[in-house]
Write a new protein. Sequence first.
Length: 176
Amino acid sequence: MDVMNEQTVRDGYAALTRHLIRTKQTITTMESATSGQIASLITDTEGSSEIFKGAFITYSNEAKIRQGVPAETIRTYGVYSAETAEEMARASRQAFDTDIAIGVTGTMGNVDPANHDSIPGQVYFCIDFHGTSHEFYRELPSQPTRLMYKLAVAGEVLKELNQLLETEGTGLFDSL
């Protein structure tokens, strides 16, 4: 997998935020594995308050459930699953009534002893794009720091979101 470097990821999110402002599309996130990194990258750009409605950092299963992820989804599919990522995006989009919502769950680095389905480097994310869910799975190579894991995931999310925007005819870049 081609992992973007930190500056490329930051520049990409600045371009995304400017694009969303221009096209008047709103966005939110519910993040677990990335613990708010994607929301931070979006809001690093001036004017982001026009399109960023808010976010949830749901690091624990309890937090996900409190914000609208059905406990049954976590029990049935595991917290680290496409189904949970989809429910995270759905719940976030509904809570903030946005055009785009991102849900991210996975394991960075170490095994999570609280969840039997924890496999380091496995990440699931969902982009709810104008009411249609798009689920993704990635196996990340080992990263030197937790920040680099978060940025690697953020880069993968950015690539897929760009593809969805291109499909809509308003893509950010020719390629990332």
